[in-house]
Design a binder for this molecule. Structure first.
Ligand code: 2P0
Length: 338
């Protein structure tokens, strides 16, 4: 298996070392892509076709503790509830833990709590796998650099490699077949007035996972070949906008990037549509408000909910206009990117 080989390569002599501590515990934030990851060049290693760029939602995320369990199988707790090991959630976690089960007898007890609004399309798998990798690093006492931990998190879920830092984060697609150059890194840029609001449309579980949806897009959309070029331009524009603190430029590029991803999904066979009538009503509201002079833009992930980007000066107006489930200051302090 390529993933096991990658884990061995990263851990080197540490592979098969015994845990140094009784418990490892860590928190990882949720991240929202400003330039989306949509398509893999390697499914097993979660290697992306393009680079992507995100911003973390500080305070919103997952805390995970892990310890060795002397039992027959793993024990998984989510938000204080035991999770049956034959559920999809547990199976995905157990499959990932298999990479670190150096002797077949090792089992783990994993306790996870998350303060992510349920069903907000906030990719709980990203903060989940990032927190798990950070917790494993502490349990085993590896002390790995974050770049290496980012590669390990990527093996659990692609976007998890971006959830190891606060602030703006770039995931370099890389070109190596083994994925050793495909990791995320924090960008030393901050934007103290930048705000994000979550506009909840539905909390129902999505009918098609982003994993399946992105693969279907790559294999069936006649227009997919336009995506990598679009992303290349968007990444440059997003970094330039942040450097200049040009909010309108940032918003335009971010919104267009999300719309292009969703447009691509409509061109798959069969088509994928996460957008609902309510999503469209909200988009129109954003556009109307913008026409009237307010600087507000949206981004949308693999679900119907919108995330609004705006500046602190407009917080009262945005709160009055939209029913937001969370309003997040993305850079609560001056040194928030590490
Ligand atoms: C992103 N999404 O960049 C994009 C935009 C959803 C829409 O990354 O198969 O859970 O585990 O690598 O990371 C969600 O996909 O997929 C995602 P896998 P992942 O945030």
């Amino acid at each position: 298996m390529k993933a096991i080989a990658a884990v061995k390569q990263i851990l080197g002599n540490l592979y098969s070392s015994l845990p140094q501590h009784k418990i490892g515990s860590a928190f990882a934030p949720v991240n929202i892509a400003l330039c989306k990851y949509w398509g893999k060049r390697d499914i097993e290693l979660n290697l992306p076709i393009t680079s992507s760029f995100s911003v973390a939602l500080p305070e919103l995320g997952t805390r995970t503790s892990i310890s060795i369990l002397h039992g027959e199988h793993d024990r998984i707790q989510l938000n204080n509830q035991d999770i049956a090991i034959n559920t999809q959630f547990a199976e995905r976690l157990i499959e990932f833990l298999d990479f670190f089960r150096f002797t077949s007898k090792i089992h783990f007890s994993v306790t996870t709590t998350s303060n992510i609004p349920i069903g907000a399309g906030l990719a709980s798998s990203a903060s989940g796998f990032a927190a798990l990798v950070l917790a494993l690093d502490k349990l085993f006492g590896w002390g790995l650099p974050k770049q290496q931990l980012s590669i390990l998190a990527r093996l659990g879920s692609g976007s998890a490699c971006r959830s190891l830092w606060n602030g703006f984060v770039k995931w370099h697609a890389g070109t190596a077949a083994d994925g050793m150059d495909s990791f995320a890194e924090p960008m030393a840029m901050i934007w103290p007035d930048l705000m994000l609001g979550i506009c909840m449309v539905s909390t129902a579980e999505k009918k098609i996972s982003s994993r399946t949806a992105m693969q279907r897009t790559v294999t069936t959309s006649k227009y997919y070949n336009m995506w990598p070029e679009q992303v290349m331009h968007d990444l440059v524009a997003i970094e330039a906008a942040i450097n200049k603190q040009d909010f309108n430029l940032l918003g335009e590029v971010v919104e267009a990037n999300a719309l292009a991803m969703h447009a691509l999904m409509l061109t798959t066979q069969p088509p994928i549509l996460y957008t609902t009538a309510t999503t469209i009503t909200l988009m129109e509201k954003v556009w109307q408000l913008r026409k009237a002079g307010t600087q507000v833009y949206f981004t949308q992930d693999a679900g119907p909910n919108l995330k609004l980007l705006f500046l602190r000066k407009d917080i009262a107006l945005i709160k009055k206009t939209f029913n937001l489930s969370s309003v997040i200051t993305l850079f609560p302090s001056d040194e928030y990117y590490e």
